[in-house]
Design a protein around this ligand. Structure first.
Ligand code: ATR
Length: 276
């Protein structure tokens, strides 16, 4: 019987219970996944209570991915490097923190485009929040050595490269520079919230040409087909959608808790239906 859940605020509309309950069912495992909505001024007291609740594991979302660090007994390397945790596994009463955002993103990308790492010559990340950090870290770990980052506040892109880069070839860019140079990139990953409903006509950058065969990816999943991806599609890009990352980062957490290996394709179609 797996006792799982999610902490965050607000989380009433989270898709995680649907995903994890479906994965439990799919794997023939007994258990449930509950929402623990915690108001910020209640955080410390509720977390102490949660310790007594005997969970097997839980996800952590906004705004607690950093704040949870103070309550962990151990932390895995990626999460430590990123300074943010989205998954906690309870092992013999110890809380162990992980971050599955970057690896979930990459797994979803490889799932759709198996040769992507071989062909990923130059990558551009748009945005510099937590998701950008996770994706940047994971791509460098997997040996992609030119991952440029563009952000409205370019200092934040500089900061990520400075903190995480082991002296490779990455460059911080302004949005204007990204727009001018977009035709050089094999993979372009949109990690900001721009384009999310209800502002679904917006795109973080404007572009009129792309490299032939380029892959464009957006982590926004509502709408599934963002203005950014629509534009890339009209220019002939290969596309990768935000809901694929969402599902894979969840599956990665599920694997950590249950040591099982669900096949994403078994629930992808139902998940897409759920998002519509
Ligand atoms: P998260 O941690 O969830 O990834 P975040 O920290 O709120 O999200 O980061 C959001 C990203 O979207 C940032 O890169 C932000 O740019 P700034 O650093 O300049 O704030 C970017 N962003 C949000 N709204 C934007 C807009 N209207 N135009 C351009 N970039 C935007």
């Amino acid at each position: 019987m797996f006792k799982l859940g999610l902490i965050g605020y607000p989380i009433a509309h989270s898709l995680s219970p649907w995903i994890h309950n479906r994965l439990l069912e799919e794997q023939g495992l007994k258990g449930d996944y509950q929402l623990f909505e915690i108001e910020p001024d209640q955080f410390d007291i509720r977390i102490k209570k949660l310790k007594e609740y005997d969970l097997d594991g839980f996800n952590v979302t906004v705004p607690y991915k950093e704040r949870i660090l103070n309550y962990l007994d151990e932390i895995d390397e990626a999460a430590e490097f990123l300074g943010a945790v989205n998954t906690v596994k309870v092992e013999n009463g110890k809380w162990v923190g992980y971050n599955t955002d970057g690896i979930g993103y990459l797994t979803s990308l490889i799932n759709r485009y198996p040769n992507v790492l071989k062909n990923a010559g130059k990558v551009l990340i748009l945005g510099s929040g937590g998701a950008a950090r996770g994706i940047y870290y994971t791509l460098l770990q997997k040996g992609v050595n030119q991952v440029d980052i563009s952000n409205r506040t370019v200092q934040k892109a500089e900061q990520i490269i400075k903190e995480l880069d082991g002296g490779s070839f990455s460059t911080p860019l302004t949005i204007e520079e990204a727009e001018q140079n977009i035709g050089q990139y094999d993979v372009v990953v949109q990690t900001s919230s721009v384009g999310m409903s209800p502002e679904k006509d917006q795109s973080i950058i404007d572009f009129k040409h792309i490299k032939a065969g380029a892959l464009f990816s957006d982590i926004v999943y509502r709408p599934m087909y963002t203005a950014f991806l629509e534009k890339a599609d009209s220019l002939g890009a290969n596309l990768h959608f935000g809901h694929e990352m969402l599902l894979h980062q969840a599956i990665y957490a599920f694997e950590i808790w249950t040591n099982s290996e669900p096949d994403a394709s078994n629930i992808m179609t139902a998940f897409e239906g759920k998002l519509k």
